[in-house]
Design a protein around this ligand. Structure first.
Ligand code: UD1
Ligand code: UDP
Length: 371
């Protein structure tokens, strides 16, 4: 039997959908020990704990409880608290996902200790280094021993950066594995009834990128755009905690806007149901752009760039920047004319985690006799 000791890291909301299918696939293999470390970057029940229940993710082995802070502080806290865990019980490989501060922090600690690092969702590039995630992506990829890529653009980006092709695996998208697993269950959600919106009548909005919400002028303009969309179609807006704080600081009152249904961040199954029944998604989320492709719901991305260009290539996603006029015009066009032809990116088939886990065992597994 081959043995493998895997430690997977998760810290922020989008990490949980990515580690879930890895944990399901790892749990099926004899000889594999799998532990999860939660860094505590996100900690509210509706940004963290709920997803462990919803997605059947095993309890974390440890929680680093780092909480919120500046980039330097948060990244440093994760590093300082992660290192002793690796000293205490050294795995064969540390698996990090996505592009959040917890991703680079744990990859860096493991790499310096000579422990293999696997990066899931490697190679994506927005070519915009003002995004904290872009810095995290470039650095994590540079120190990873194996890079699992979701789309062909990522393979090309890594080749351009001189990464050894033997380390790069086009594996598909683990976030889509989770969607495929839960789509049927989401059909039973009563979220649209609870919010009082009719299926396929409304637009779902999410916003949390600092470039959109941390600048008071921009956040006011984007809320104005949401108001304008809500004059033409109901809008549902589950509000991320960063955005809620910025909207409050700007003195805006969303409760008073007709047609706008504001709620707290939703659990995965309810949010999946909400997206699936939407006429249109307007977002600056990375994950939502991808999920839109499987759901076949048109998506307008309120950013000037995307690190996920395949979502545009398949006809689902369109970049409209953060200019509210452009966002409104594009939304009205889709609401009036409907979406164009759409397709699903290659390998986004629900089996990415199985491919990744098979590759991890083949690369890093030890024969039973070697301790
Ligand atoms: C982080 C990630 C971002 C990801 C997003 C997903 C980084 C650099 N950013 O951004 O890539 O897209 O998560 O949602 O890693 N807060 C709470 N409760 C929580 C968590 C956060 O109230 O459970 C509030 C705090 O005021 C905090 C703020 O939200 O300061 C921002 O949280 P933080 O994790 O720093 O960044 P996000 O904007 O969530
Ligand atoms: N999501 C959720 N509830 C919400 C909003 C989003 O479960 O209220 C899910 C969404 O379906 C996707 C993930 O959160 O799986 C995306 O996370 P987020 O937008 O926070 O981060 P990003 O993908 O931009 O890094």
């Amino acid at each position: 039997m081959t043995r493998l000791d895997v430690l997977t890291v998760a810290g922020a909301r989008p990490n949980f959908m990515k580690i879930a299918p890895l944990s399901w696939a790892l749990s099926k293999l004899d000889g594999v020990r799998h532990r999860i470390v939660h860094t505590g970057q996100h900690y509210d029940p509706n940004m963290s704990g709920r997803f462990f229940e919803d997605l059947r993710i095993p309890e974390p082995w440890r929680n680093l409880n780092v909480g919120s802070g500046s980039h330097g502080r948060q990244t440093a806290d994760v590093m300082a608290r992660f290192e002793p865990l690796l000293e205490e019980d050294r795995p064969d490989v540390v698996v990090v996902v996505g592009d959040v501060n917890s991703t680079i922090a744990c990859a860096l600690v493991a790499s310096k200790m000579g422990i293999k690092v696997a990066h899931v969702e490697a190679g994506l590039r927005s070519f915009d280094r003002s995004m904290p995630e872009e810095v995290n992506r470039i650095l994590t990829d540079a120190i990873s021993d194996v890079l699992y890529v979701t789309e062909a653009s990522g393979v090309a980006n890594l080749a351009r950066e001189g990464v050894d092709p033997a380390k790069v695996v086009l594996a598909g998208n683990v976030m889509i594995d989770t969607l495929v697993e839960f789509r049927e269950r989401a059909r039973g959600s009563d979220i649209t009834e609870r919010l009082g919106v009719a299926r396929k009548s409304y637009v779902t909005v999410t916003l949390h990128r600092p470039s959109n919400v941390d600048d008071p002028t921009k956040v006011v303009a984007l809320v104005e755009m949401i108001r304008d969309v809500a004059r033409r179609s109901p809008v549902v807006f589950p509000v991320h905690p960063r955005t809620r704080a910025r909207i409050a600081a700007a003195g805006l009152d969303l409760a008073a806007v007709p047609g706008l249904h504001v709620c707290d961040p939703l659990g995965y199954v309810d949010f999946l149901a909400l997206m699936d029944r939407s006429r249109l998604l307007m977002t600056d989320s990375g994950g939502v752009q991808e999920e839109a492709c499987l759901l076949g719901v048109p998506c307008l991305t309120l950013r000037d760039n995307t690190e996920r260009p395949v979502t545009c290539d398949v006809g689902v996603n369109r970049l409209v920047g953060s200019d509210p006029k452009a966002g409104l015009a594009a939304a009205l066009e889709i609401l009036e004319r409907g979406p164009g032809a759409m397709s699903v990116p290659p390998l986004w088939d629900g089996r990415s985690a199985t491919r990744i886990v098979g590759d991890l065992v083949a690369r890093f597994g030890r024969p039973d006799s070697v301790s």
